[in-house]
Design a protein around this ligand. Structure first.
Ligand code: HGY
Ligand code: MN
Ligand code: MN
Length: 412
């Protein structure tokens, strides 16, 4: 099979997709179900239809672009990723897996390959937690990891619920029908930038992911008594932001002292009320992200948050409430897909690293219902979720070539 990846078209389409953004270039902001996201989805649908794929959406807006195989009732081979982007992100996170997946399909079509198992390119809804507070909303529902009732109730910062917003932007049907039947996918492979520095540091062009870290996210609300910045003397204060500061450092310390480098914790959002320079903070809302490849270590950091929170609340006479948003198990990738990826790498003498993904991905949840694996390409300095995120054309094309051969091997 003489596979040729159309480098120029792939790079041009990455640039075109990046133009659908609510931020100044080179930053990309593309929040789920916003007008910008809908334009990007429409553009994506047109590209898939141009390639002769039949496109359908489910009730949460997951997009399925299908290349029918000769055995239409056989289990499907899937690939894909996401096109939503957090505020002030880059242009490659998720996009490389979607447009690389499309290019892989086009290359297979061009070289005369005919799949037995249908091949489906997926664009998952809301891989990023930005709007509704939980990541991988689309793949959680596909895999039955999140209940329809829980999903419907998720709201954005304006209080708009998923159920209401999805219908408003045109995704009909019932959330209950999103969950895929068992055995729907034979295999699923996702191409993605590493979002870390290891491949570049080791000068290795490809990574095959064997394990995906276990993500957890929580909201913490700290209530103090507030008051006038001049009138309230220090011994009488119950400053919510000072309490939050102690808790944030305690969370960091728990991750740093877990005994393993795989434990990470981040407080990415800190909202201070009333937010006036001369008013003692009365309430602080934190969003906390805790991950580890090892469940027990990850849970130990969550436990430390609870324990330290209680001690700080007692000491400072504030209230500290935590709300668990998600705490997922890690994901093991499948030898079936890992072998297909590594065979293609070996055929081309591409060196590759077997890796852990510390970022979570839709593959984590697709792995609950199908054999999965991920293929990583390097990103410069390991930067991601920032405007200077960058993957080289050579790395993107190489990853797309291996993905194409892997899909062919799995769908033959
Ligand atoms: O946060 C993550 O791991 C993913 O990039 N959403
Ligand atoms: Mn991301
Ligand atoms: Mn991603």
């Amino acid at each position: 099979m003489n596979l040729e990846i159309d480098r120029n078209r792939l790079l041009a389409e990455i640039e075109a997709l990046a133009s659908f953004s609510d931020a100044e270039a080179p930053a990309v902001t593309r929040i789920v179900f916003t007008p910008t996201d809908l334009k990007a989805r429409a553009w994506m649908k047109a590209r898939c239809e141009e390639a002769g794929l039949t496109v359908r959406y489910d009730a949460i807006g997951n997009t399925f672009a299908r290349w029918n195989g000769s055995a239409p009732s056989a289990a499907v081979v899937g690939t894909g990723s996401h096109i939503d982007a957090i505020p002030n992100a880059g242009k490659y996170d998720g996009v490389v897996g979607v447009l690389g997946g499309l290019q892989a399909i086009r290359a297979l079509q061009r070289c005369g390959f005919h799949p037995k198992h249908s091949i489906e390119l997926l664009v998952f809804t809301a891989e990023e937690p930005t709007r509704f507070g939980i990541g991988c909303l689309g793949s959680r529902l596909l895999s039955g990891t999140l209940s329809p009732d829980a999903a419907k109730k998720l709201t954005d910062k304006d209080g708009a619920a998923v159920e209401q917003v999805r219908r408003m932007v045109g995704f009909a049907g019932e959330i209950e029908d999103v969950k895929l039947p068992a055995g729907y996918y034979k295999a699923f492979a996702e191409l993605h930038i590493e979002q870390g520095p290891l491949l570049e540091r080791e000068h290795v062009p490809l990574g095959i992911v064997a394990k995906i870290a276990a993500p957890a996210s929580l909201r913490v609300v700290i209530e103090g008594s507030g008051g006038h910045a001049g009138g309230v003397l220090m011994p009488d204060r119950h400053d919510a932001l000072c309490a939050a500061a102690e808790l944030i450092l305690a969370i960091e310390n728990a991750a740093r002292t877990s005994g393993a480098v795989d434990t990470v914790a981040t407080v990415g959002i800190c909202e201070v009320f009333p937010g006036a320079v001369n008013s003692i903070p009365s309430q602080v809302r934190l969003s906390v992200d805790i991950r580890d490849t090892d469940l027990a270590r990850r849970d130990a950091v969550m436990q430390a948050l609870e324990t330290e929170g209680r001690a700080i609340a007692e000491r400072r006479q504030v209230s500290i409430r935590t709300e668990l948003l998600n705490a997922d198990a890690p994901g093991d990738c499948s030898p079936l897909v890992i072998d297909a990826l590594s065979q293609s790498c070996r055929k081309h003498r591409f060196t590759f690293l077997s890796m852990v993904s510390r970022a979570y991905h839709d593959s984590l949840f697709m792995g609950r219902i199908a054999p999965v694996a991920m293929l990583f390409i390097p990103c410069r300095n390991g930067y991601s979720h920032r405007p200077d995120e960058y993957a080289s054309p050579e790395d993107i094309v190489r990853g797309t070539l291996v993905l194409a051969e892997t899909l062919a091997a799995l769908a033959a």
